[in-house]
Design a protein around this ligand. Sequence first.
Ligand SMILES: Cc1cc2nc3c(=O)[nH]c(=O)nc-3n(C[C@H](O)[C@H](O)[C@H](O)COP(=O)(O)OP(=O)(O)OC[C@H]3O[C@@H](n4cnc5c(N)ncnc54)[C@H](O)[C@@H]3O)c2cc1C
Length: 394
Amino acid sequence: MGAITAAEEGLPFVLVLEATPEPLRKVQISGGGRCNVTHACWDPGDLVTHYPRGGRPLRGLFSRFATGDAVAWFANHGLELVAEPDGRMFPVANCSSAVVGCLKQAAKAAGVSLRKQMVVTGLNSKGAEGFLVQCRDGSNFQAHRVLLATGGHPSGRHLAAGMGHQLVPPVPSLFTLALEAPSLTSCSGLTLDGVQLKLTAGGQDFQQIGRVLITHWGLSGPAILRLTAFAARALHGDRYRAELVVNWSGTSNRNLVQQSLRELRQQQGRRTLGVARPFPNLPRRFWLSLLAQVGANPEQRWADCPAALERCLIEALMASCYSIRGRGPFGEEFVTAGGVKLDEVNLATMESRVCPGLYFAGELLDVDGLTGGFNFQHCWTSGWLAGQAIAKGH
Ligand SMILES: Cc1cc2nc3c(=O)[nH]c(=O)nc-3n(C[C@H](O)[C@H](O)[C@H](O)COP(=O)(O)OP(=O)(O)OC[C@H]3O[C@@H](n4cnc5c(N)ncnc54)[C@H](O)[C@@H]3O)c2cc1C
Protein backbone atom coordinates (compact mmCIF):
# COMPACT_ATOMS: atom_id res chain seq x y z
CA MET A 1 0.00 0.00 0.00
CA GLY A 2 2.84 2.39 0.86
CA ALA A 3 4.78 1.62 -2.29
CA ILE A 4 1.73 1.81 -4.57
CA THR A 5 0.59 5.11 -3.05
CA ALA A 6 4.05 6.72 -3.34
CA ALA A 7 4.36 5.59 -6.97
CA GLU A 8 0.82 6.70 -7.85
CA GLU A 9 1.55 10.10 -6.30
CA GLY A 10 4.38 10.52 -8.79
CA LEU A 11 7.52 9.24 -7.06
CA PRO A 12 9.62 8.13 -10.05
CA PHE A 13 11.43 5.15 -8.54
CA VAL A 14 9.91 2.95 -5.85
CA LEU A 15 11.58 -0.34 -4.95
CA VAL A 16 10.14 -3.03 -2.66
CA LEU A 17 12.71 -5.36 -1.08
CA GLU A 18 10.96 -8.55 0.00
CA ALA A 19 12.75 -11.23 2.03
CA THR A 20 10.69 -14.20 0.85
CA PRO A 21 10.13 -15.66 -2.64
CA GLU A 22 6.63 -14.07 -2.80
CA PRO A 23 5.31 -10.85 -1.25
CA LEU A 24 1.91 -10.63 0.51
CA ARG A 25 2.06 -14.12 1.94
CA LYS A 26 0.16 -13.07 5.04
CA VAL A 27 -2.57 -11.53 2.92
CA GLN A 28 -2.75 -14.83 1.04
CA ILE A 29 -3.28 -16.92 4.19
CA SER A 30 -5.37 -14.33 6.04
CA GLY A 31 -8.97 -14.76 7.11
CA GLY A 32 -8.89 -18.51 6.58
CA GLY A 33 -7.94 -17.95 2.91
CA ARG A 34 -10.68 -15.34 2.40
CA CYS A 35 -8.81 -12.21 3.64
CA ASN A 36 -10.86 -10.13 6.02
CA VAL A 37 -9.71 -6.86 4.40
CA THR A 38 -11.38 -4.44 6.81
CA HIS A 39 -14.45 -3.95 9.02
CA ALA A 40 -17.65 -2.05 8.27
CA CYS A 41 -17.00 0.46 11.04
CA TRP A 42 -17.17 3.86 9.42
CA ASP A 43 -16.62 6.34 12.23
CA PRO A 44 -12.95 6.94 13.20
CA GLY A 45 -13.99 7.53 16.83
CA ASP A 46 -15.64 4.11 16.94
CA LEU A 47 -12.88 2.47 14.91
CA VAL A 48 -10.13 3.34 17.43
CA THR A 49 -11.96 1.44 20.20
CA HIS A 50 -11.04 -1.79 18.38
CA TYR A 51 -7.31 -1.31 18.99
CA PRO A 52 -6.05 -2.50 22.38
CA ARG A 53 -2.74 -0.84 21.54
CA GLY A 54 -2.72 2.26 19.39
CA GLY A 55 -6.19 3.44 20.39
CA ARG A 56 -6.50 7.17 20.69
CA PRO A 57 -3.35 8.18 18.74
CA LEU A 58 -4.82 6.37 15.73
CA ARG A 59 -7.71 8.83 15.59
CA GLY A 60 -5.68 11.34 13.58
CA LEU A 61 -4.60 8.64 11.09
CA PHE A 62 -8.13 7.37 10.64
CA SER A 63 -9.48 10.88 10.14
CA ARG A 64 -7.30 10.96 6.98
CA PHE A 65 -7.80 7.37 5.74
CA ALA A 66 -10.34 5.11 7.42
CA THR A 67 -12.49 2.14 6.47
CA GLY A 68 -14.54 4.01 3.86
CA ASP A 69 -11.34 5.19 2.19
CA ALA A 70 -9.93 1.66 2.12
CA VAL A 71 -13.15 0.31 0.58
CA ALA A 72 -13.08 3.08 -2.04
CA TRP A 73 -9.35 2.54 -2.67
CA PHE A 74 -9.86 -1.14 -3.40
CA ALA A 75 -12.93 -0.42 -5.55
CA ASN A 76 -10.89 2.10 -7.57
CA HIS A 77 -8.31 -0.61 -8.07
CA GLY A 78 -10.88 -3.13 -9.26
CA LEU A 79 -11.66 -5.01 -6.03
CA GLU A 80 -15.16 -4.81 -4.57
CA LEU A 81 -15.63 -5.69 -0.92
CA VAL A 82 -18.75 -6.96 0.79
CA ALA A 83 -19.70 -6.82 4.48
CA GLU A 84 -20.92 -9.89 6.34
CA PRO A 85 -23.67 -9.46 8.98
CA ASP A 86 -21.04 -9.19 11.77
CA GLY A 87 -19.30 -6.32 9.95
CA ARG A 88 -16.27 -8.18 8.60
CA MET A 89 -15.51 -7.20 5.01
CA PHE A 90 -14.23 -9.67 2.42
CA PRO A 91 -13.61 -9.48 -1.32
CA VAL A 92 -16.75 -10.30 -3.33
CA ALA A 93 -14.74 -13.17 -4.88
CA ASN A 94 -14.44 -14.51 -1.28
CA CYS A 95 -10.79 -15.48 -1.64
CA SER A 96 -7.59 -13.80 -0.54
CA SER A 97 -5.91 -14.29 -3.91
CA ALA A 98 -8.27 -11.59 -5.26
CA VAL A 99 -6.70 -9.12 -2.78
CA VAL A 100 -3.17 -10.28 -3.57
CA GLY A 101 -3.95 -9.99 -7.30
CA CYS A 102 -5.38 -6.49 -6.85
CA LEU A 103 -2.31 -5.24 -4.94
CA LYS A 104 0.14 -6.84 -7.36
CA GLN A 105 -1.69 -5.42 -10.36
CA ALA A 106 -1.85 -1.95 -8.78
CA ALA A 107 1.89 -2.08 -7.97
CA LYS A 108 2.70 -3.09 -11.53
CA ALA A 109 0.46 -0.40 -13.03
CA ALA A 110 2.04 2.26 -10.80
CA GLY A 111 5.55 1.18 -11.84
CA VAL A 112 6.68 -0.21 -8.47
CA SER A 113 9.80 -2.40 -8.80
CA LEU A 114 9.98 -5.56 -6.73
CA ARG A 115 13.07 -7.54 -5.72
CA LYS A 116 12.26 -10.87 -4.09
CA GLN A 117 14.45 -12.87 -1.71
CA MET A 118 16.17 -9.69 -0.58
CA VAL A 119 16.58 -9.87 3.19
CA VAL A 120 17.42 -6.39 4.46
CA THR A 121 20.04 -6.73 7.17
CA GLY A 122 21.42 -3.22 7.53
CA LEU A 123 20.27 0.37 7.31
CA ASN A 124 22.64 3.33 7.55
CA SER A 125 21.67 6.97 7.46
CA LYS A 126 23.87 9.09 5.20
CA GLY A 127 22.35 12.38 6.36
CA ALA A 128 21.19 14.53 3.45
CA GLU A 129 22.18 11.79 0.97
CA GLY A 130 19.55 9.42 2.36
CA PHE A 131 20.19 5.82 3.32
CA LEU A 132 22.33 2.87 2.44
CA VAL A 133 20.25 -0.31 2.56
CA GLN A 134 22.22 -3.57 2.88
CA CYS A 135 20.93 -7.02 2.03
CA ARG A 136 22.06 -10.43 3.21
CA ASP A 137 23.31 -11.42 -0.25
CA GLY A 138 25.71 -8.45 -0.23
CA SER A 139 23.60 -6.12 -2.41
CA ASN A 140 23.47 -2.46 -1.42
CA PHE A 141 20.87 0.14 -2.38
CA GLN A 142 20.90 3.92 -2.04
CA ALA A 143 17.53 5.37 -1.05
CA HIS A 144 16.36 8.92 -0.42
CA ARG A 145 13.66 7.65 1.89
CA VAL A 146 12.96 4.26 3.45
CA LEU A 147 9.64 2.80 4.59
CA LEU A 148 10.02 -0.09 7.04
CA ALA A 149 6.98 -2.38 6.89
CA THR A 150 8.38 -5.68 8.11
CA GLY A 151 5.33 -6.77 10.12
CA GLY A 152 6.06 -8.77 13.26
CA HIS A 153 9.43 -10.05 11.99
CA PRO A 154 12.27 -9.39 14.46
CA SER A 155 14.62 -8.12 11.73
CA GLY A 156 12.50 -4.99 11.25
CA ARG A 157 12.60 -4.25 14.96
CA HIS A 158 16.41 -4.62 14.93
CA LEU A 159 16.64 -2.22 11.98
CA ALA A 160 14.41 0.33 13.76
CA ALA A 161 16.40 -0.02 16.99
CA GLY A 162 19.61 0.46 14.99
CA MET A 163 18.27 3.79 13.78
CA GLY A 164 17.73 4.92 17.38
CA HIS A 165 14.12 3.86 17.96
CA GLN A 166 12.79 2.49 21.21
CA LEU A 167 10.73 -0.65 20.93
CA VAL A 168 7.91 -1.88 23.09
CA PRO A 169 8.80 -5.59 23.62
CA PRO A 170 6.71 -7.89 21.40
CA VAL A 171 4.12 -10.19 22.95
CA PRO A 172 1.49 -12.31 21.18
CA SER A 173 -2.09 -11.07 20.93
CA LEU A 174 -5.38 -12.65 19.79
CA PHE A 175 -4.92 -16.13 21.23
CA THR A 176 -7.25 -18.68 22.77
CA LEU A 177 -7.04 -19.88 26.38
CA ALA A 178 -5.99 -23.30 27.66
CA LEU A 179 -7.86 -24.01 30.90
CA GLU A 180 -7.71 -26.41 33.81
CA ALA A 181 -11.37 -27.39 33.39
CA PRO A 182 -12.01 -31.15 33.11
CA SER A 183 -15.78 -30.58 33.37
CA LEU A 184 -15.75 -28.60 30.12
CA THR A 185 -14.08 -31.24 27.96
CA SER A 186 -17.41 -33.01 27.40
CA CYS A 187 -18.73 -29.74 25.91
CA SER A 188 -16.08 -29.43 23.23
CA GLY A 189 -17.58 -27.89 20.08
CA LEU A 190 -20.42 -26.02 21.82
CA THR A 191 -20.91 -22.28 21.24
CA LEU A 192 -22.61 -20.08 23.83
CA ASP A 193 -23.72 -16.48 23.33
CA GLY A 194 -23.82 -13.58 25.80
CA VAL A 195 -21.14 -15.15 28.00
CA GLN A 196 -19.60 -12.70 30.48
CA LEU A 197 -15.86 -13.09 31.06
CA LYS A 198 -13.84 -11.55 33.86
CA LEU A 199 -10.10 -11.89 34.15
CA THR A 200 -7.64 -10.42 36.60
CA ALA A 201 -4.05 -10.25 35.36
CA GLY A 202 -1.16 -7.92 36.09
CA GLY A 203 -3.27 -6.30 38.81
CA GLN A 204 -5.86 -5.17 36.25
CA ASP A 205 -9.41 -6.36 35.59
CA PHE A 206 -10.48 -7.21 32.04
CA GLN A 207 -14.07 -7.94 31.03
CA GLN A 208 -15.75 -9.00 27.82
CA ILE A 209 -19.21 -10.24 26.81
CA GLY A 210 -20.00 -12.27 23.75
CA ARG A 211 -19.78 -15.57 21.93
CA VAL A 212 -17.54 -18.27 23.38
CA LEU A 213 -16.57 -21.58 21.81
CA ILE A 214 -15.70 -24.46 24.13
CA THR A 215 -12.80 -26.50 22.77
CA HIS A 216 -10.99 -29.63 23.90
CA TRP A 217 -8.19 -27.47 25.36
CA GLY A 218 -10.25 -24.62 26.87
CA LEU A 219 -12.03 -21.63 25.39
CA SER A 220 -11.98 -19.81 22.07
CA GLY A 221 -14.41 -17.62 20.11
CA PRO A 222 -14.73 -13.86 19.51
CA ALA A 223 -15.17 -12.85 23.18
CA ILE A 224 -12.08 -14.82 24.24
CA LEU A 225 -9.99 -13.29 21.42
CA ARG A 226 -11.13 -9.79 22.46
CA LEU A 227 -10.27 -10.59 26.09
CA THR A 228 -6.78 -11.90 25.28
CA ALA A 229 -6.12 -8.95 22.95
CA PHE A 230 -6.85 -6.40 25.68
CA ALA A 231 -5.09 -8.49 28.36
CA ALA A 232 -2.16 -9.58 26.11
CA ARG A 233 0.53 -7.70 27.98
CA ALA A 234 -0.85 -8.36 31.47
CA LEU A 235 -1.24 -12.10 30.76
CA HIS A 236 2.29 -12.26 29.36
CA GLY A 237 3.56 -10.59 32.56
CA ASP A 238 1.78 -13.24 34.65
CA ARG A 239 3.20 -16.03 32.43
CA TYR A 240 -0.30 -16.89 31.22
CA ARG A 241 -1.41 -18.03 34.68
CA ALA A 242 -4.57 -16.34 35.92
CA GLU A 243 -8.11 -16.98 37.10
CA LEU A 244 -10.98 -16.63 34.65
CA VAL A 245 -14.47 -16.07 36.01
CA VAL A 246 -17.23 -16.98 33.58
CA ASN A 247 -20.90 -16.07 33.81
CA TRP A 248 -22.62 -18.56 31.50
CA SER A 249 -26.17 -17.51 32.39
CA GLY A 250 -26.46 -14.65 29.88
CA THR A 251 -27.57 -12.24 32.62
CA SER A 252 -25.90 -10.36 35.44
CA ASN A 253 -29.19 -10.26 37.36
CA ARG A 254 -28.79 -12.78 40.19
CA ASN A 255 -32.48 -12.54 41.13
CA LEU A 256 -33.44 -13.65 37.65
CA VAL A 257 -31.27 -16.79 37.86
CA GLN A 258 -32.53 -17.51 41.39
CA GLN A 259 -36.12 -17.09 40.24
CA SER A 260 -35.72 -19.46 37.28
CA LEU A 261 -34.36 -22.19 39.59
CA ARG A 262 -37.21 -21.58 42.08
CA GLU A 263 -39.74 -21.88 39.26
CA LEU A 264 -38.26 -25.22 38.29
CA ARG A 265 -38.61 -26.43 41.87
CA GLN A 266 -42.16 -25.16 42.22
CA GLN A 267 -43.58 -25.80 38.75
CA GLN A 268 -41.55 -28.76 37.45
CA GLY A 269 -40.65 -30.43 40.75
CA ARG A 270 -41.33 -33.95 39.43
CA ARG A 271 -38.81 -33.56 36.60
CA THR A 272 -35.14 -34.30 37.15
CA LEU A 273 -32.25 -31.82 37.24
CA GLY A 274 -30.80 -33.41 34.12
CA VAL A 275 -34.00 -33.05 32.09
CA ALA A 276 -35.41 -29.60 33.03
CA ARG A 277 -32.84 -26.82 32.78
CA PRO A 278 -33.20 -23.18 33.88
CA PHE A 279 -32.49 -21.51 30.52
CA PRO A 280 -33.72 -23.40 27.44
CA ASN A 281 -30.98 -21.79 25.30
CA LEU A 282 -28.34 -23.39 27.52
CA PRO A 283 -27.26 -26.50 25.59
CA ARG A 284 -28.23 -29.70 27.44
CA ARG A 285 -24.69 -31.10 27.16
CA PHE A 286 -23.39 -27.95 28.82
CA TRP A 287 -26.02 -28.02 31.60
CA LEU A 288 -25.11 -31.66 32.39
CA SER A 289 -21.45 -30.66 32.67
CA LEU A 290 -22.35 -27.84 35.11
CA LEU A 291 -24.28 -30.38 37.21
CA ALA A 292 -21.17 -32.59 37.20
CA GLN A 293 -19.00 -29.58 38.11
CA VAL A 294 -21.02 -28.99 41.33
CA GLY A 295 -21.40 -32.72 42.04
CA ALA A 296 -25.18 -32.76 41.50
CA ASN A 297 -27.03 -35.95 40.58
CA PRO A 298 -28.85 -35.41 37.25
CA GLU A 299 -31.43 -38.05 38.31
CA GLN A 300 -32.48 -36.02 41.36
CA ARG A 301 -35.92 -34.38 41.11
CA TRP A 302 -36.11 -30.58 41.24
CA ALA A 303 -38.55 -30.82 44.16
CA ASP A 304 -35.80 -32.50 46.21
CA CYS A 305 -33.05 -30.01 45.29
CA PRO A 306 -31.63 -28.67 48.58
CA ALA A 307 -31.15 -24.92 49.03
CA ALA A 308 -27.35 -25.40 49.32
CA LEU A 309 -27.25 -27.14 45.91
CA GLU A 310 -29.39 -24.40 44.42
CA ARG A 311 -26.84 -21.83 45.64
CA CYS A 312 -24.00 -23.90 44.11
CA LEU A 313 -25.85 -24.04 40.78
CA ILE A 314 -26.38 -20.28 40.78
CA GLU A 315 -22.67 -19.81 41.49
CA ALA A 316 -21.70 -22.24 38.70
CA LEU A 317 -24.04 -20.51 36.24
CA MET A 318 -22.95 -16.98 37.14
CA ALA A 319 -19.36 -17.21 38.39
CA SER A 320 -17.61 -20.43 37.40
CA CYS A 321 -13.93 -20.03 38.13
CA TYR A 322 -11.29 -21.66 35.90
CA SER A 323 -7.51 -21.64 36.11
CA ILE A 324 -5.76 -20.53 32.94
CA ARG A 325 -2.81 -22.82 32.33
CA GLY A 326 -1.45 -21.15 29.23
CA ARG A 327 -2.19 -19.94 25.74
CA GLY A 328 -4.18 -22.20 23.48
CA PRO A 329 -3.59 -22.35 19.73
CA PHE A 330 -4.08 -19.07 17.91
CA GLY A 331 -7.33 -18.04 16.32
CA GLU A 332 -7.65 -17.30 12.61
CA GLU A 333 -5.57 -14.17 13.08
CA PHE A 334 -2.35 -13.81 14.98
CA VAL A 335 -0.64 -10.51 15.56
CA THR A 336 2.22 -9.19 17.64
CA ALA A 337 1.53 -6.50 20.21
CA GLY A 338 4.44 -4.11 20.72
CA GLY A 339 6.84 -2.55 18.24
CA VAL A 340 8.05 0.94 17.35
CA LYS A 341 6.79 3.44 19.93
CA LEU A 342 4.13 5.70 18.47
CA ASP A 343 5.39 8.85 20.20
CA GLU A 344 8.61 8.53 18.18
CA VAL A 345 6.66 8.69 14.92
CA ASN A 346 4.97 11.71 13.35
CA LEU A 347 1.52 10.22 12.91
CA ALA A 348 0.53 12.71 10.22
CA THR A 349 3.25 11.41 7.88
CA MET A 350 4.46 8.16 9.55
CA GLU A 351 7.98 9.63 9.46
CA SER A 352 10.38 8.87 12.28
CA ARG A 353 10.90 11.73 14.74
CA VAL A 354 14.30 10.20 15.53
CA CYS A 355 15.66 9.65 12.02
CA PRO A 356 14.33 11.93 9.25
CA GLY A 357 13.60 10.14 5.99
CA LEU A 358 12.70 6.87 7.71
CA TYR A 359 9.01 5.89 7.72
CA PHE A 360 6.99 3.11 9.35
CA ALA A 361 3.76 1.30 8.56
CA GLY A 362 1.80 -1.74 9.68
CA GLU A 363 2.38 -4.29 12.37
CA LEU A 364 5.95 -3.12 13.07
CA LEU A 365 4.36 -0.21 14.94
CA ASP A 366 3.11 -0.59 18.49
CA VAL A 367 -0.45 -0.96 17.19
CA ASP A 368 -2.65 -4.03 17.08
CA GLY A 369 -6.33 -4.53 16.59
CA LEU A 370 -9.06 -6.97 17.46
CA THR A 371 -9.95 -9.77 15.11
CA GLY A 372 -12.35 -8.77 12.32
CA GLY A 373 -10.29 -6.83 9.75
CA PHE A 374 -8.97 -4.14 12.10
CA ASN A 375 -5.36 -5.30 11.77
CA PHE A 376 -5.29 -4.90 8.02
CA GLN A 377 -7.15 -1.58 8.28
CA HIS A 378 -4.38 0.12 10.24
CA CYS A 379 -1.86 -1.34 7.76
CA TRP A 380 -3.74 0.18 4.80
CA THR A 381 -4.05 3.47 6.69
CA SER A 382 -0.42 3.80 7.82
CA GLY A 383 0.87 2.53 4.45
CA TRP A 384 -1.26 5.05 2.55
CA LEU A 385 -0.20 7.95 4.80
CA ALA A 386 3.49 6.99 4.54
CA GLY A 387 3.23 6.64 0.75
CA GLN A 388 1.61 10.07 0.45
CA ALA A 389 4.22 11.71 2.67
CA ILE A 390 7.18 10.00 0.98
CA ALA A 391 5.96 11.09 -2.46
CA LYS A 392 5.47 14.66 -1.28
CA GLY A 393 8.99 14.63 0.16
CA HIS A 394 7.97 15.37 3.75
C1 LIG B 1 -2.96 -16.59 9.89
C2 LIG B 1 -3.23 -15.11 9.93
C3 LIG B 1 -4.43 -14.64 9.46
C4 LIG B 1 -4.71 -13.26 9.51
N1 LIG B 1 -5.90 -12.84 9.05
C5 LIG B 1 -6.19 -11.51 9.11
C6 LIG B 1 -7.42 -11.01 8.58
O1 LIG B 1 -8.21 -11.74 7.97
N2 LIG B 1 -7.68 -9.67 8.73
C7 LIG B 1 -6.80 -8.81 9.36
O2 LIG B 1 -7.10 -7.62 9.47
N3 LIG B 1 -5.61 -9.27 9.80
C8 LIG B 1 -5.30 -10.57 9.69
N4 LIG B 1 -4.09 -11.02 10.16
C9 LIG B 1 -3.11 -10.03 10.63
C10 LIG B 1 -2.44 -9.40 9.39
O3 LIG B 1 -2.00 -10.44 8.52
C11 LIG B 1 -1.25 -8.54 9.80
O4 LIG B 1 -1.70 -7.55 10.70
C12 LIG B 1 -0.68 -7.85 8.55
O5 LIG B 1 -0.28 -8.81 7.58
C13 LIG B 1 0.52 -6.99 8.90
O6 LIG B 1 0.94 -6.39 7.70
P1 LIG B 1 2.42 -5.83 7.56
O7 LIG B 1 2.55 -5.37 6.14
O8 LIG B 1 2.72 -4.89 8.64
O9 LIG B 1 3.35 -7.10 7.78
P2 LIG B 1 3.42 -8.48 6.96
O10 LIG B 1 2.14 -8.78 6.29
O11 LIG B 1 3.99 -9.46 7.92
O12 LIG B 1 4.47 -8.15 5.81
C14 LIG B 1 5.81 -7.88 6.13
C15 LIG B 1 6.64 -8.27 4.93
O13 LIG B 1 7.98 -7.85 5.17
C16 LIG B 1 8.85 -8.92 4.82
N5 LIG B 1 10.06 -8.75 5.62
C17 LIG B 1 10.18 -8.87 6.96
N6 LIG B 1 11.44 -8.62 7.34
C18 LIG B 1 12.12 -8.33 6.21
C19 LIG B 1 13.48 -7.98 5.95
N7 LIG B 1 14.39 -7.87 6.93
N8 LIG B 1 13.86 -7.75 4.66
C20 LIG B 1 12.95 -7.82 3.65
N9 LIG B 1 11.66 -8.15 3.85
C21 LIG B 1 11.25 -8.39 5.12
C22 LIG B 1 8.08 -10.17 5.12
O14 LIG B 1 8.60 -11.27 4.40
C23 LIG B 1 6.69 -9.78 4.70
O15 LIG B 1 6.43 -10.05 3.36
C24 LIG B 1 -3.78 -12.37 10.08
C25 LIG B 1 -2.56 -12.86 10.54
C26 LIG B 1 -2.26 -14.22 10.46
C27 LIG B 1 -0.95 -14.72 10.95
